[in-house]
Ligand binder design. Structure first.
Ligand SMILES: Nc1nc2c(ncn2[C@@H]2O[C@H](COP(=O)(O)OP(=O)(O)OP(=O)(O)O)[C@@H](O)[C@H]2O)c(=O)[nH]1
Ligand SMILES: [Mg+2]
Length: 218
């Protein structure tokens, strides 16, 4: 993509995400999923990594997706319609998912979330991409690797996105970024480019918005 095309996509994404966005439904299990009618982009990552916050930052709405300081806030698959006019199908959908790797929830509940997320990611035909969020303070952890390997196996391509970049010093960020880029190279379904974001400061949000729109239009 040329610089000009990239700027054009960023501008178009700004417009799309400042238009209609509506919460559609919350699916506690696969039988409650909406009809697979339009493209979907899913937000995955460990509990508390900032999935719901990133979704809010991308859509420019403070509390569209519910966030919390307590890990385990999002417990269902939450669907958001982006674009489209009233009474018509949206242009595409964003899916906010429960986090993985949360040790404090009862094991049965953790197992249930894990199954829901896996089955969705593996079997959803309209899913174009997953975003796998990685905390800038922690880098790639074993549960992230497990998720990445699962996505490689399912051949669902994904973008690695560093979150909470505002929480670390520039030198630390450089270091974790280099490590995550090196990890991305080892995974067949991972994008080689790693994105850096902060939902707090807005860093990288315009770029990820453009990436999401580009992915949804594939
Ligand atoms: N400083 C800072 N804090 C953030 C950022 N993104 C999220 N947070 C905080 O991190 C906490 C968790 O954010 P959520 O968006 O709820 O995380 P989640 O990944 O959706 O969590 P679960 O739904 O529990 O899996 C909240 O207190 C957010 O305010 C960020 O970019 N910078
Ligand atoms: Mg959440």
């Amino acid at each position: 993509m040329t610089e000009e095309q990239n700027l054009e996509l960023i501008e178009r994404a700004r417009k799309v995400f400042s238009g209609r966005i509506d919460f559609l439904l919350s699916a506690p299990s696969l039988k409650f999923l909406p009809d697979p009618a339009v493209a979907e982009i899913a937000f995955a990552g460990r509990s508390n990594v900032g999935k719901s916050s990133l979704l809010n930052a991308i859509t420019g709405r403070k509390s569209l997706a519910r966030t919390s300081v307590t890990p385990g806030r999002t417990q269902e698959l939450n669907f958001f319609d982006v674009g489209g006019t009233m009474g018509e199908l949206p242009d595409f959908r964003l899916v906010d998912m429960p986090g993985y790797g949360f040790a404090k929830a009862p094991p049965k509940v953790v197992e249930q979330w894990k199954k829901l997320v896996r089955d969705f990611l593996r079997g959803r035909v309209v899913l174009k991409r997953a975003l796998v969020l990685i905390d800038s303070r922690h880098g790639v952890k074993p549960p992230d690797l497990e998720m990445m390997e699962m996505l490689d196996g399912a051949a669902l391509s994904y973008r690695l996105v560093l979150t909470k970049a505002d929480k670390v010093k520039a030198s630390e960020l450089d270091e974790v970024y280099a490590k995550v880029v090196a990890e991305a190279r080892k995974h067949s379904a991972a994008y080689p480019e790693v994105m850096i974001t902060s939902s707090e400061t807005g860093l990288g949000i315009a770029e990820i918005r453009a990436a999401v729109l580009g992915d949804a239009e594939l």
